[in-house]
Design a protein around this ligand. Structure first.
Ligand code: OAD
Length: 242
């Protein structure tokens, strides 16, 4: 099917639905200027995300991991939501509680754009968690590569979910509620290789949702969705909500 026809079909599905969910990944923030994890811009120095976003890497060399997160915080701090995020705001205005975003992104751009119903399943890069007392706090200021807890002097870590760690139980529960209720699920800008997020679209589809993928290219999940639209999220999503 041509993109023009696919967009029309999907727009009709969205217009008829009371419950729509967006499952977003790094690609939705790419047009804001934030590098994705995989693909040609995905490397930082010589490291892949999987080599740094782990507790083992943090235990081995917390300064290196903090250097990476500080680099990402600096990039993200200067970026703004793009038309794809804004299209999600329009959908939430229209559907209210019937619209939610399940995002793997830790950049906070969905919230900055104005969406309220956002489940940040991998955490948020602007929060820290003390490895000693566990306190979670927002820290927008520049951090060192050895940031310490103001309460107990313990080493702080980013309040994000690393490979090998479990997702927050409440967030996961709410995520599945939203997936099970959804009539349309839009999978936007994710390579679909990191679990459990990679299985969310299947869960929604299994309960009868119409599942569409919007991505620059075919992904590991393209053959499982109802419709795959190849293009930039910032160009396609606004066409679905206008
Ligand atoms: P990836 O970097 O794996 O995938 C980004 C996807 O976005 C790719 O499929 C691109 O083709 C697509 N893409 C890029 N630009 C786009 C655009 N303008 N419009 C539409 N699509 C675009 O990022 P994620 O799938 O989000 O986890 O990665 C999942 C997880 O792996 C991340 O949350 C992170 C990472 O390691 C942790 O840190 C735990």
């Amino acid at each position: 099917m041509e993109n023009k026809d696919a967009i029309k079909l999907l727009k009709d599905k969205i217009n008829q639905a009371k419950n729509v969910v967006v499952i977003s990944g790094a690609g939705i923030s790419a047009e804001s200027g934030i590098p994705t994890f995989r693909g040609k811009d995905g490397l930082w120095k010589k490291y892949r995300a999987e080599e740094l976003a782990t507790n083992q890497a943090f235990v081995r060399d917390s300064s290196l991991v903090w250097e990476w997160y500080n680099w990402r915080r600096e990039i993200i701090g200067s970026k703004k939501p793009n038309p794809a995020h804004e299209a999600c705001v329009k959908l939430e205005k229209k559907l209210g509680k019937g619209f939610s975003i399940i995002t793997q992104n830790v950049d906070g751009l969905h919230g900055l754009a104005g969406n309220k119903n956002v489940l940040e399943i991998h955490g948020n890069i602007w929060r820290t968690r003390c490895t000693s007392c566990g306190i979670v706090e927002e820290h927008r200021e520049k951090l060192t590569t050895n940031p310490r807890c103001e309460k107990c002097e313990g080493l702080l870590r980013p309040d994000v979910v690393w490979f090998g760690e479990s997702l927050d139980e409440n967030i996961l529960y709410n995520t599945f509620q939203k997936l099970l209720e959804s009539e349309v699920a839009l999978v936007v800008g994710t390579s679909g290789v990191v679990y459990p997020a990679a299985q969310f679209a299947d869960t929604a589809k299994g309960r009868g949702a119409y599942v569409a993928e919007i991505n620059l290219e075919k992904t590991a999940k393209s053959s499982d969705v109802d419709i795959s639209i190849i293009g930039k999220a910032g160009e396609i999503l606004p066409l679905l909500v206008d």
